[in-house]
Design a protein around this ligand. Structure first.
Ligand SMILES: Nc1ncnc2c1ncn2[C@@H]1O[C@H](COP(=O)(O)OP(=O)(O)OP(=O)(O)O)[C@@H](O)[C@H]1O
Length: 328
């Protein structure tokens, strides 16, 4: 078992919302249920699942944007209080949002946009030092020559360049953790790999712990070390990325892998892929209050117990899944 320095931990966190149901009236909906994961220095942890599975809600709890209804978030082993965390805690955990267009003020020059956190956190105060700091950050995200970018505004940049600026601005706070929520999904396919490579490099060279939220298991395999798979608010499988993708334990992970040719292990033929995927069709994730496995209505491996009782945790090597009938 590898031991990495765990920086940010979600310990059994859940999040409920009270929502209006046309029949039941106001009811509590559990959007994330008893989720645990750890982000470690120099590691990229992918959080994979389909739309609505609760990935962003989990990421926003890790980033202290919303609070868990139960469970705790720990930074360096210290339980964070529920009220607004200290400024230093917020500095150390930075969030990259999906939309590089919406998250930057189009009118501000990059020297101001990226220089502001340097000033705010006391890393630089004199004009010359701020400019040197901004230049270094622009270089670290590949915006070269940096001098030619200092006086540009987000409106002058391409989508890929803007996402680099978003990353540089986050790095200006010298974070230990980057929470990247679908950071490339709004970018052209041709530049997605460049941004993923940049995240990998920052993690390797600066030791930043990265959470990479995505619905795309192929890109998760490409950059991450570890993966957690989410379904209907629960983490149903987790482990080292190659183990989870090459030998999934959970039938849902198997579906995700099989429906993504680039992620499928070489021994799965096209014929088997389509046959399995067809059997897996059904309704999208729901959060009904049934006591069993949330994936049971769609699962080809389901047996009677799956509808009745919460599945146990089964382990193989460093991976685990919650399933009554794990894939052999
Ligand atoms: N403030 C809220 N009030 C009520 N329900 C919410 C709220 N925020 C999220 N939800 C619900 O929680 C579920 C999970 O949403 P979330 O955005 O975390 O999923 P996701 O996996 O990130 O999906 P996507 O990839 O589409 O963003 C959704 O059904 C969503 O409607």
């Amino acid at each position: 078992m590898h031991e990495y320095e765990r920086i940010l931990i979600a310990d059994d966190i859940s999040r409920e919302y009270v929502v209006d149901d046309p029949i039941m009236g106001r009811v509590a909906a559990t959007v994330v249920e008893n989720a645990s994961l750890a982000l470690s220095r120099g590691q990229i942890h992918a959080l994979v699942g389909e739309s609505g599975s609760g990935k962003s809600t989990l990421a926003r709890m890790l980033g202290f944007v919303i609070h868990p209804t139960s469970g705790s978030i720990l930074l360096d082993g210290a339980r964070q209080r529920r009220a607004r965390p200290r400024r230093d805690v917020l500095r150390r955990v930075q969030i990259l949002f999906q939309d590089p267009y919406g998250s930057l003020n189009p009118l501000q020059r990059l020297r101001y946009l990226i220089g502001r956190p340097l000033r705010l956190h006391g890393f630089a105060s004199r004009r010359r030092d701020v400019e040197a700091g901004v230049s270094r950050l622009l270089e670290s995200v590949g915006l070269l020559p940096s001098a030619s970018f200092l006086d540009r505004r987000p409106g002058d940049l391409s989508g890929g360049q803007r996402q680099r600026v978003v990353i540089a601005r986050a790095l200006a706070s010298r974070p230990d953790v980057l929470l990247a929520d679908e950071p490339v999904s709004m970018l052209d396919v041709s530049i997605r790999l460049e941004i993923l490579d940049l995240l990998r490099r920052l993690s390797d060279e600066q030791g930043v712990a990265v959470l990479y939220v995505t619905h795309d298991i192929a890109s998760a395999r490409y950059i991450s070390d570890f993966v957690s798979v989410m379904y209907a608010g629960r983490i149903v499988e987790a482990g080292p990325v190659d183990a989870v993708i090459d030998r999934p334990l959970h039938p849902y992970t198997r579906l995700l892998v099989d429906s993504t040719p680039a992620a499928a292990p070489p021994d799965i033929g096209v014929h088997r892929v389509s046959r399995w995927a067809k059997r897996m069709s059904g309704s999208p994730p729901s959060r009904d209050s049934s006591p069993g496995c949330p994936f049971q209505p769609r699962c080809p491996a389901a047996t009677a117990i799956c509808a009745e009782q919460r599945p146990p945790k089964v382990a193989r090597g460093e991976s685990w899944a919650e399933c009554w009938n794990p894939v052999e």
